[in-house]
Design a protein around this ligand. Structure first.
Ligand SMILES: Nc1ncnc2c1ncn2[C@@H]1O[C@H](COP(=O)(O)OP(=O)(O)OP(=O)(O)O)[C@@H](O)[C@H]1O
Ligand SMILES: [Mg+2]
Length: 189
């Protein structure tokens, strides 16, 4: 198993401050093609509380169940913000395996689902130091959460929300590259 440190894992953020520019559609297509056609091991991390990527890759019923059980990126991040207590959610239990509606699931494509609860997390991240936590870097919460599994993937695809807030900044912090889909208009570009 490779470690993240040797940078063999490509981490790609799909970003654009403009909404509706094609981030999710492109991120999903790239993730599915890499896994299905190129036989790469791919983890798609849905960083957008709109959960569009999540409910495209798994059913809404399945997502509701995972969200109720706290098996989402929101819970992983909130465990790290609540620094008084040790992290409670094991990332392994939050990763949905063999996702996609293509072929009833793609063998090498995994998903770390999002949650609408991520809105609250986004607001709390800048307040970490104010709450007395001086040891957690607010821009490295995602890195810490993903660290145990990053080495097993060839590609980690981050579908970011339409903002450059702290969740997106956490994504950029661990990215080896980024993609900015744009509509050919002045606002998007
Ligand atoms: N290459 C494309 N050509 C035409 N339509 C597209 C293309 N890519 C995406 N779309 C359409 O544009 C709309 C927005 O796409 P998408 O949800 O991927 O954008 P987004 O940037 O993720 O949006 P948000 O900022 O809300 O997360 C969708 O209806 C999608 O089907
Ligand atoms: Mg999107």
């Amino acid at each position: 198993m490779r470690s993240f440190k040797n940078e063999a894992t490509h981490v790609l953020s799909f970003i654009n401050h403009k909404g509706g520019a094609g981030k999710t559609t492109t991120a999903l297509a790239v993730a599915e093609i890499l896994a299905q056609e190129d036989r790469k091991h791919v983890l798609l991390v849905d960083l957008d509380p709109q959960t569009n990527a999540t409910v495209t890759l798994i059913s809404e019923d399945k997502w509701s169940e995972l969200d109720r059980e706290g098996r989402t990126i929101a819970k992983l991040l909130s465990d790290r913000i609540n620094f008084h207590e040790p992290p409670k959610r094991d990332i392994e239990t939050a990763i949905a395996k063999r996702v996609s509606i293509v072929n009833d699931g793609i063998a090498r494509l995994d998903l770390l689902p999002s949650s609408i609860r991520l809105i609250d997390i986004q607001d709390r991240i800048p307040m970490i130091a104010l709450s007395g936590n001086f040891t957690t870097n607010p821009l490295e919460i995602l890195k810490n959460a993903l660290q145990p599994v990053l080495g097993r993937y060839d590609y980690v695809i981050l579908d970011c929300p339409p903002s450059l807030g702290t969740v997106t900044q956490n994504g950029l912090r661990i990215s080896t590259g980024y993609v900015i889909p744009a509509i050919l208009d002045i606002v998007s570009t």
